[in-house]
Ligand binder design. Structure first.
Ligand code: CUA
Length: 188
């Protein structure tokens, strides 16, 4: 092979290799873009069933989660709503009153880090994320006292973060709830 021919041959090899790598790189980029498009369309077509937000900066000052509105409320239509706030490292209120055998709706949020709670051995179990309102409805089948620990690691005080839940017999709860706008079992 003449020097010119050998030069042409090696140039052809280099061009072919470059083209191969260019195809591989463009394919990878194309695949990533395709993944973004597919996941984007998937989320757009199947949004979470409900998302309710709250402004962390004003949650203590105005709106549903001001301190005076926390605790358990018995609405005129008979629904029971518990509102609470989680923060490092406590729940407000620290002691929650709920009735036995009646549906109870929790509405709760966090102000600083991700917290969560579970009530005893019930299915009352949720995460609390700053900026979002977590809600769920459950029924407590048995009267008695339950512990409610934080179950998301939220910092050095995590293991000391818990509240009490008092499940009262229905009549006792109704009498207590009718006597005050918001009830809790926090000693006053
Ligand atoms: Cu709050 Cu762990």
């Amino acid at each position: 092979m003449s020097p010119a021919a050998s030069h042409h041959a090696s140039e052809a090899v280099a061009v072919a290799a470059e083209r191969r790598w260019a195809i591989i790189v463009v394919s990878i980029i194309g695949l990533l873009v395709l993944m973004m498009v597919i996941t984007g369309l998937h989320w757009a077509s199947m949004p979470p069933s409900r998302v309710e937000t709250v402004d962390v900066k004003t949650v203590h000052i105005r709106g549903e989660f001001v301190e005076g509105n926390l605790g358990t409320a018995l609405d005129p239509d008979g629904t029971v709503t518990v509102r609470l706030v989680a923060q490092q490292y406590s729940f407000v209120p620290q002691c929650i009153v709920v009735p036995e055998g009646m549906p109870v709706t929790f509405r709760a949020t966090a102000t600083d880090a991700i917290h969560g709670f579970v009530v005893g051995r019930t299915n009352a179990n949720t995460m609390l994320v700053p900026g979002f309102v977590s809600t769920f409805t459950t029924t407590f089948p048995k009267a008695g006292e339950q512990l409610m620990p934080c179950h998301e690691y939220c910092g050095t005080g995590h293991e000391a973060m818990w509240a009490h839940v008092q499940v009262l017999p229905r009549d006792e709860f109704l009498a207590k709830a009718r006597s005050a706008e918001r009830v809790s079992c926090v000693p006053s």
